[in-house]
Design a protein around this ligand. Structure first.
Ligand SMILES: C[S@@+](CC[C@H](N)C(=O)[O-])C[C@H]1O[C@@H](n2cnc3c(N)ncnc32)[C@H](O)[C@@H]1O
Length: 389
């Protein structure tokens, strides 16, 4: 197998770790992956970031940088029919599992091209540019995450979008303490570490904060050994707070284009009345700092970045009537959707439901012939209907 290119000091130790514990430990399945994840559907992402799906976005070039065992690459193929997809990872074993996963799911038949290669995201100079780069849970495992971000920025098409997931300090407080305890106990990052790490949670008193937090928040996620190892035994990880995150983004000259879990950053989740009013009067970045302070359970940041700032202007009623629409591809239930893009139960009145069915049945009809602007606007704001620019 090719040498994945040691351009980051952590590469040898990180690739060896994932060879031992390929992540994620999700089982393989025959046929398409279950459900959907709209962050891996390019059209859904475009609509979320730009407010509309620009023309010419039908055959995107997509990179899954640090694809692990291929769960995300699998969705990227099935949710973007006709795309050109490249999945890369430095771990030979993780990549072998990714190949097997996509083989079982029939992913290659969905896309125009699919490549899965063992290489580093620092080593992509000969690859041209990508419309969408997904890199989830990867850059924080580099010795030099800034170099990783610059490398990805260098592969982004001028109108391209980058989706990142990085650890957040606050919600990982208990994880960091557990990691440090296991390091002090010198359990290592292999099978012994796994055995003793699990034993630690059995041994600590039931009321102990670390054990309680693990039980209540993470035990289910850590059922697979590789997921437990990824959380508690990792030899190389960094985490951020919002301030450091925005400094990090600026080092690559990129622009923040929105969280991919905006519900978490909605102040109304935490405040009401006068406090909510005051909070909403703050500039966006301060609103997010406030959420970060008020919710110390936030354990990761997931967000989109772009090469140039993105400005969205709401369409006039006239423009809305003339526009064409697309039913959000990530809805559950055909033709009557019952779950939204986050797989949450959907409340629709008859007019809204009828509009979604009409768009599906008559994709070439301008929206104005199907419903009133207020109904169109509301469904677009709720990301149930995607406007075509
Ligand atoms: C936590 S796993 C995430 C896997 C996948 N993105 C997901 O979320 O399911 C991190 C992956 O990043 C890979 N990785 C770390 N550094 C990398 C690099 N420089 N280039 C490519 N992959 C890398 C690791 O081998 C590992 O498989």
């Amino acid at each position: 197998m090719a040498n994945p290119g040691i351009r980051d000091a952590a590469t040898p130790v990180v690739s060896a770790f994932y060879d031992r514990f390929p992540f994620p430990g999700d089982p393989m399945q025959d046929g398409p992956p279950p459900g959907y994840n709209w962050r891996w559907c390019y059209q859904s992402v475009l609509a979320a970031v730009h407010g509309a799906v620009p023309a010419g976005s039908e055959r995107p070039r997509i990179l899954d940088a640090g694809c692990g065992t291929g769960v995300s690459t699998d969705y990227l193929c099935h949710l973007n029919p006709g795309a050109d997809v490249l999945g890369i990872d430095i771990s030979e074993r993780a990549l072998a599992m990714a190949r097997e996963r996509l083989q079982c799911s029939g992913a290659a038949a969905q896309v125009s091209s699919l490549r899965q290669e063992q290489r580093s995201l620092l080593d992509l100079e000969n690859e041209g540019l990508f419309d969408y780069i997904n890199s989830v849970g990867v850059l924080h495992h580099l010795d030099q995450p800034e170099a990783g971000l610059r490398a990805l920025a260098g592969r982004l098409a001028p109108d391209g979008l980058l989706h990142l997931f990085l650890y957040a300090d606050a919600g990982r407080w208990e994880i960091h303490r557990t990691q440090q305890a296991l390091t002090l106990l010198d359990v290592g990052t292999g099978s012994e570490g796994l055995r003793l790490g699990r034993e630690l949670f059995e041994t600590l008193p039931e009321s102990n904060r670390l054990a309680r937090h693990h039980r209540e928040r993470w035990a289910l996620d850590c059922a697979a050994d590789s997921n437990f190892a990824d959380m508690y035994l990792h030899p190389q990880e960094t985490s951020y707070n919002l301030e450091r995150l925005f400094t990090f983004i600026a080092t690559a000259g990129l622009h923040f284009a929105g969280f991919s879990n905006p519900e978490v950053w909605d102040l109304a989740r935490l405040l009401q009345g006068e406090l909510l009013e005051r909070a909403r009067a703050l500039p966006h970045q301060q609103q997010w700092l406030l959420v970060e302070q008020l919710d110390p359970d936030i354990s990761h940041f997931e967000f989109f970045l772009s090469s140039a700032p993105i400005a969205t202007t709401p369409l006039s009623d006239e423009a809305l009537r003339a526009a064409h629409g697309l039913r959000q591809p990530c809805l559950w239930g055909e033709p009557y959707p019952i779950l939204d893009r986050n797989m949450q139960p959907l409340q629709l009145n008859d007019l809204e439901r009828q509009l979604l069915i009409s768009i599906h049945d008559q994709p070439d009809t301008p929206l104005g012939a199907l419903a009133a602007p207020a109904v169109i606007r509301d469904l677009a704001a709720r990301q149930l209907l995607l406007l075509k620019a």
